[in-house]
Design a protein around this ligand. Structure first.
Ligand code: GTP
Ligand code: MG
Length: 195
């Protein structure tokens, strides 16, 4: 799937702007700054494809990418703290939730969680939303290059404990690093298997 062309399609600011639901779709959700856009760049091998930055709240639209001509891949705005005006953040959070709960062709939501911090309250909200909307989801722990050994094990145990409460969750966790490449091949093959 990643051997074919990947292109930016459009940035969406309202549900009416979503492209036709005519193909399988995967998305990347997670707290602001967790590394969603960086992961998309690492997966596609194209550094500037999704805009990443150190400022939480960088991605402010639902960004659609075509993956070959068979799938859509979607970069979402973050939830939690963002450096943007309150009213603007509230608007994109509503859109984010409407999208996650209501997109017919969404086959899997990858929920990114910082491997240093584990599951936070804002993540619990999103996991509960996905679960109650029956959207299959899978957790990816990001920035694995920043945490080692025992600390990593603690976070893994905490995340596994949370996922056990959610039937819509895939039990397999992926540890990733957009910087060092950990987990990228694994994720590519998981995504290639989603039809
Ligand atoms: P929003 O769009 O604001 O919600 O953020 P995002 O989740 O898209 O995060 P983004 O990809 O913009 O990355 C945020 C910051 O984390 C950037 O400074 C990245 O360089 C850094 N980052 C992302 N992934 C990794 C990683 O695997 N390892 C390390 N060390 N840093 C990373
Ligand atoms: Mg982003």
């Amino acid at each position: 799937l990643f051997a074919g062309p990947v292109d930016f399609l459009k940035g969406v600011v309202a549900m009416e702007g979503l492209p036709p639901a005519d193909r399988p779709e995967i998305c990347f959700a997670g707290r602001s700054n967790v590394g969603k856009s960086s992961l998309i760049n690492a997966l596609t091998g194209r550094k500037g494809l999704a805009r990443a930055s150190n400022t939480p709240g960088r991605t402010q639209e639902i960004n659609f990418f075509t993956l070959g001509d068979s799938h859509y891949m979607v970069d979402l705005p973050g939830y939690g703290y963002a450096e943007a005006p309150v009213a603007v953040v509230a608007k994109w959070q509503r859109l984010l939730k409407a999208y996650l709960a209501g997109r017919q062709t969404l086959r899997r939501a990858f929920v990114l969680i910082d491997a240093r911090h584990g599951v936070k309250a804002a993540d619990e909200d999103i996991l509960a939303l996905l679960n109650s909307s029956a959207v299959p989801f899978q957790v990816v722990l990001t920035k694995a290059d920043k945490v080692k050994g025992k600390d990593q094990d603690k976070v893994l145990a905490q995340v596994r404990g949370t996922l056990a409460k959610h039937p819509a969750a895939f039990p397999e966790l992926v540890l990733s690093s957009a910087e060092k490449g950990d987990g990228i091949a694994t994720l590519r093959s998981i995504i290639a298997g989603i039809g």
